[in-house]
Design a protein around this ligand. Structure first.
Ligand code: GLN
Ligand code: ZN
Length: 794
């Protein structure tokens, strides 16, 4: 029988059972035993799904009470000493304190797992870190699977990836120095698995798909040489990109098999076949573990048939990566359009696809003729469906000319016209868009969605919220106002719902971090904007005040990044369609008298490919899409963009190439480092570095804001500086928001007065423009979690 397996299954449950159990436990409403029961029931259910689909083994140990990296930190016993916990005796409440913080200690840091929207807890290591083992949970889960008579294949993130993704707070500490200790811990873990009669262990080393420095590549040799006599067979799993550059090195490691991602990087197959040792298993990741489309099984069979002929039992079939990144089952979708539904496969349906492939290989395609026919039909209908193909959109795309991505005049000319038109004071003050989403606002939106209140009633209540926000901002003395985004639950969903080509699932939940899940919308067809989306709201807000009100839009790259994206055309093409839809809105806002338009792109950096060699190509089309969205307006219309919670210093040329007149950017995470980056780079346009962190209810003092602004003035010419918070204020309450903004406005006014006395303003550098050492891993910037990054995580 052709062998099939998966690298991991979503743990949260089809109905988000784990989320609700966790949160009830945190609130003290249920016992730990009840939570543990929920976890065990989900594991059992998910294992049975795998067994029923005929998988050769079931993935075990992929479960997590919060996050699998934190689980591994616990298993290794590598807890940050600052918590003072005894690793071997770690309790579940203590584990949650590591993840969420407690009264004495802030939580461990969280950041994005490679280029996914899943966030892991970053191991916090230093020279004193120990790896003497932790609680037995991982082994208990393996025992649980074995006790159910299942062929359990334990899953562990490997030692090199674990260390690479870790962070040290001690500057200059070389995390690789810990490798011998970490290896010793893995040896102990593997020997305990062997003692249970485990044959295969899956060791995930996705770091092999990054650009690793030489010593880190050598670490693979040391680590796996030391694990060679562990008595279990190791399947070294790579995913999210090609590992071909390191195929020869990997093939020489004393492991028993390799998993490669043939969805993201099909071209790597040939390289691996050349070096695959005669005894080794090749696990071919042929079903997309990152996306929700049904596979073209006929095409997959064309790839795997020759492999099966050549490798026989040494070929395993698998999804490209863990199924953690897709929702659990289509069964929960009762309202999806049937045609669209026929194109989709969530985790459970992907198990069935694997099964179909295995039977086709073993017994011939006739044995699964109906299933293959259904796959063919889905592909055919996707290719031709009127829901997908829109000639007008395609013609418009074909007719694009390069100049459409350029503003009429260069920045220097535009900014003069904008200054004349807007007549703003120096150091203008503004906010990023959203104001507190009060319970009343949420209730109104929910009532409207349920149909409890009518459209007119809803409109009136939203208008009242807008007027409230505008009056508050006027009273605070802000210079550029916003309408407050009361009508938006989520910055992607709000626009997706008004665009054609987008669909929404009922239960397509994917874990984002801990108990937080997101429900990414699905881009299934050519995207266009049937009618204006925000114009009436913006017009109304502007009608209330003489101050300029910013129009507020989500940019094309962020729309793409936070959706499930169609796989039948390049992402760049889909992004260009989104860009045109937003361009239409930008132009309509301008026509409606809106003089400043902000196009948010917080997810621009998230889309960066794993390998640097691929960055330029991505940044080219991402930047072009933004420019296309923005460039339809006259010189005196001011375009803003906003970014947050990511590393920006290494993509500054691309950010500058977006050519927004103003960028407002979060700086709390990296404090001045970011500003210095902009200064050193000589960022040409206007910039509003966030002057206070919006994550805390703490009200920043005037002095603290002033100090930050003074430092900003040293690296950015003050005449190009804006004053604003780090990000939107929707998660805050009004009292602290008002207090913080009042201080911000007062700091700006004081500095303005001081600057007025010392014309002309000079740009004084504090740091010479020397190259700083590259930021340490992880290369994919930290995030504060999807909810504050603008995505509704619930
Ligand atoms: N305009 C959005 C807001 O203020 C921006 C959110 C974000 O940057 N993620 O909420
Ligand atoms: Zn933001």
């Amino acid at each position: 029988m052709a062998r099939t397996h998966i690298l991991g299954f979503p743990r949260i449950g089809a109905r988000r059972e784990l989320k609700f159990a966790q949160e009830a436990f945190w609130r003290g409403e249920t016992s730990e035993a009840a939570l543990r029961d929920t976890g065990a029931a989900l594991r059992r259910k998910h294992w049975l799904l795998q067994a029923d689909a005929g998988l050769a083994s079931v993935a075990a140990g992929d479960f997590a009470w919060y996050d699998h990296m934190l689980g591994l930190t616990a298993l290794l016993g590598a807890l940050p000493k600052r918590f003072g916990f005894d690793a071997a005796a770690l309790t579940l409440p203590q584990y949650y304190e590591l993840a969420r913080g407690n009264t004495a200690q802030p939580a461990m840091e969280m950041t994005k797992w490679f280029d996914t929207n899943y966030h892991y807890i970053v191991p916090e290591l230093d020279a004193d870190s120990t790896f003497e083992g932790g609680p037995t949970w991982f082994f208990d889960e393996i025992d649980e699977a074995l006790a159910q008579g299942l062929a359990a294949r334990p899953v562990l993130v490997g030692p090199v990836t674990y260390l690479w993704l870790s962070k040290s707070h001690v500057a200059g500490f070389d995390r690789l120095a810990l490798l011998p200790r970490v290896i010793a811990a893995y040896r102990r873990i593997l020997s305990q698995l062997r003692a249970r009669g485990i044959e295969w262990v899956q060791i995930d080393e996705p770091a092999l798909c990054l650009d690793l420095p030489a010593p880190w590549l050598d670490a693979f040799d040391h680590a796996y040489a030391a694990l060679a006599d562990s008595g279990v067979k190791l399947l070294l799993a790579t995913y999210f990109d090609t590992a071909a550059p390191h195929a020869a090195r990997a093939a020489a490691l004393p492991v028993h098999g390799f998993h490669i991602d043939l969805v993201r990087a099909p071209q790597q197959l040939a390289d691996w076949l050349q070096v695959l040792p005669a005894h080794a298993v090749l696990s071919a990741g042929v079903i997309d573990g990152r996306n929700i489309w049904r596979a073209d099984l006929r095409r997959v069979l064309d790839t795997v048939r020759p492999l099966h002929a050549a490798l026989g039992d040494r070929l395993w079939l698998a999804p490209s990566c863990s199924l953690l990144h897709v929702p659990v089952s289509l069964d929960a979708e009762t309202r999806l359009d049937p045609e669209l539904k026929s194109w989709l496969a969530f985790a459970t349906e992907k198990l069935d696809e694997l099964h179909t492939l295995a039977v086709a290989l073993d017994q011939g395609e006739a044995a699964v003729a109906q299933l293959l026919a259904a796959s063919d039909a889905a592909q055919a209908s996707r290719r031709t469906s009127r829901r997908v193909v829109n000639r007008q959109v395609q013609n418009r795309l074909a007719a694009l000319t390069a100049d459409m991505a350029d503003r009429h005049s260069p920045f220097e000319t535009r900014i003069e016209r904008q200054r004349a038109a807007l007549a703003l004071p120096p150091l203008p003050t503004t906010t990023i868009g959203s104001f507190p989403q009060t319970p009343a606002i949420r209730q109104t939106r929910a009532a409207f969605k349920r149909g409890d209140i009518g459209a007119l009633d809803y409109l009136e209540r939203m208008r009242a919220e807008i007027e409230f926000a505008v009056r508050k901002q006027e009273a605070l003395g802000l210079d550029v106002l916003v309408h407050g985004e009361a009508e938006r639950n989520d910055m992607v969903e709000y626009f997706g719902e008004q665009l054609c080509g987008y669909a929404f699932t009922e239960n397509g939940w994917v874990q984002s971090y801990g108990s937080r899940c997101v429900k990414p919308p699905v881009i299934f067809g050519d995207v266009y904007r049937p009618e204006p989306m925000t114009v009436e709201t913006a017009r109304y807000a502007q009608s209330l005040t003489d101050k300029p009100v910013k129009g507020m839009l989500t940019g094309p790259v962020t729309m793409l990044q936070w959706s499930f994206v169609r796989d039948d055309q390049p992402r760049s093409v889909t992004t260009r369609q989104l860009a045109l839809a937003i361009r239409d809105e930008v132009c309509d806002l301008e026509r409606a008298g809106i003089r400043i338009i902000q196009i948010d792109e917080p997810a621009l950096r998230e889309g960066l490919p794993l390998r640097r060699a691929d960055w330029a190509a991505y940044l080219d089309w991402a930047v072009e899409a933004f420019r296309l969205a923005a460039a339809g307006v006259a010189d005196d219309t001011q375009i803003h963009t906003h970014m947050c919670y990511a590393e920006f210093n290494d993509i500054l040329p691309a950010i500058a190439a977006m050519d927004a007149d103003v960028i407002t950017i979060e700086t709390s995470r990296s404090a001045m480092e970011l500003l210095e980056g902009f200064g050193d780079f000589d960022y040409p346009n206007e910039i509003g570095p966030g002057v206070y962190d919006i994550h805390s209810p703490r009200v920043p003092g005037v002095d603290a804001i002033t100090r930050l602004l003074e430092r900003a003035c040293e690296v950015i010419p003050p005449e190009r500086l804006w004053v604003n918070p780090d990000c939107g204020l929707k998660t805050r309450g009004w009292p602290e928001t008002e207090a913080a903004l009042a201080n911000m406005v007062s700091a700006a006014r004081q500095l303005r007065a001081r600057l007025a006395g010392q014309a002309p303003l000079h740009w004084k550098r504090v740091t010479p423009p020397t190259a700083r050492p590259a930021a340490s891993a992880p290369t994919h910037g930290a995030a504060c979690g999807a909810s504050c990054a603008g995505q509704a995580a619930v």
